[in-house]
Design a protein around this ligand. Structure first.
Ligand code: ATP
Length: 375
């Protein structure tokens, strides 16, 4: 068992800045967890506190149920993988991978066997006698992983391990890491600012903002039931579309007319006199051509296509929806345009008045002041 628990963990730097604020996380044994969020949100600090590389200002960290606040990094039995792989250039791949075992006086034959096994998992067998300088970026990153694997640690901590690789290699390595983690079943925490990487890799994803945990859930749940406006805008590409308005008599006035909330949402949202300042959220796939929607209930409207992007299997149409007056840190469009994801055979040209349909059952509603989901 190598679960990792964070109980009210905070980090305050000397300048009084709170990089991480009262973080509570319960990570199960064998789980693949992602810390994601914009630059400066505290994800690296949180990881470094778990590794023991950064002192904790407040709270408790437990690995395997055991408090490790005062435990030195080397005694925590976890392996870190960084973005700059920090391989020793004068050593071969095999020597790099076995170095930690050599330091811990593991018998030579056992080192060889463990290095060999890790090399097989990572598809590095034929490169074992090479020096890092003779390898590609992806291969070097695999050696860095190999070095972590041979130690058979209780957990892997990875800090943006793929950020130095080009886009194609990053996708390849992402798949390799996912397979590796499934095969080894070792608890892994992985830091990234890339939401696509986060949702493709993680069993669960912790979304952080300004040192505060916004939501800790499976990728599916983050996508379908974002707890906050920030999470809704951060997870998903193209991003969720937002329009701010006043809920009056069960509808919200936007640039695409008065959008009526279905009864289920209306009941959840309406307070007191039925009026409320809200932000409506609609994923790009909640829209379709009105002709394709047939008689299905929802909101029908006509919008001028301002931008049309043809991606082959889908067509993205941009149209005025309503400026969401959100704060600057929320990564959502501020141009007031929405993106509808239509099927690839949709014939739409720029400037055209397009009859569209919005599946109102798929709307998200947030409180305009707190940003909390109301649905
Ligand atoms: P990035 O993706 O840019 O690496 P991050 O989410 O990993 O960002 P951290 O590196 O954890 O963020 O930093 C969190 C906050 O703490 C930032 O505001 C940063 O400026 C601050 N910070 C980090 N290290 C220190 C330090 N040694 N002293 C003071 N402030 C620090």
């Amino acid at each position: 068992m190598a679960g990792i628990t964070l109980d009210g963990v905070s980090k305050r730097y000397g300048d009084g800045h709170d990089a991480v604020r009262s973080l509570d996380l319960d990570i199960a044994d064998g789980e693949f967890v992602i810390f994601v969020g914009p630059s400066g949100c505290g994800k690296t600090t949180a990881l470094r506190m778990i590794a023991g590389l950064e002192e904790i200002s407040d709270g408790e960290i437990r690995i395997d149920g055991k408090r490790v606040n005062e435990t030195a990094p080397k005694d925590r039995d976890i392996a870190m993988v960084f973005q700059n792989y920090a391989l020793y250039p004068h050593m071969t791949v095999a020597e790099n991978m076995g170095f930690a075992l050599k330091l811990s006086k593991t018998p030579k034959a056992q080192i060889q066997q463990q290095v060999r096994e890790a090399a097989e998992v990572l598809d590095l067998v034929e490169h074992l006698d090479r020096k890092p300088g003779q390898l590609s970026g992806g291969q070097r990153q695999r050696v860095a992983m190999g070095r972590a694997i041979v130690r058979e640690p209780k957990a892997f901590l990875m800090d943006e391990p793929l950020s130095n690789l080009d886009a194609k290699l990053r996708v390849e390595m992402r798949t390799a890491i996912a397979r590796l983690q499934q095969r080894l079943g070792t608890t892994t925490i992985y830091v990234t600012h890339d939401q696509v990487e986060a949702v493709t890799l993680g069993d669960r994803v912790a979304v952080l903002r300004d040192g505060v945990l916004q939501q800790f859930a499976s990728p599916k749940e983050l996508y379908e039931r974002p707890a906050k406006l920030f999470v809704a805008g951060f997870i998903g590409s193209p991003a969720m579309n937002f329009a701010r308005g006043t809920l009056t008599s069960g509808a919200v006035e936007t640039a695409i007319g008065a959008v009526p909330l279905p009864d289920r949402l209306r009941q959840a949202v309406e307070a007191g006199d039925g009026r409320r300042e809200v932000v409506l959220g609609a994923r790009p796939e909640a829209f379709a051509l009105a002709a394709d929607a047939g008689e299905r209930p929802g909101h029908r409207f006509t919008a001028a296509a301002e931008v049309v992007e043809s991606l082959g299997s889908e067509v993205h149409v941009h149209f005025a929806f309503g400026v969401a007056a959100l704060d600057a840190a929320t990564p959502v469009t501020t141009r007031g345009l929405a993106v509808a994801k239509l099927s690839g055979d949709a014939q739409v040209t720029v400037g055209q008045q397009v009859p569209l349909w919005l599946d109102t059952e798929k709307l998200h509603v947030f409180d305009a002041d707190s940003g909390e989901s109301l649905t």
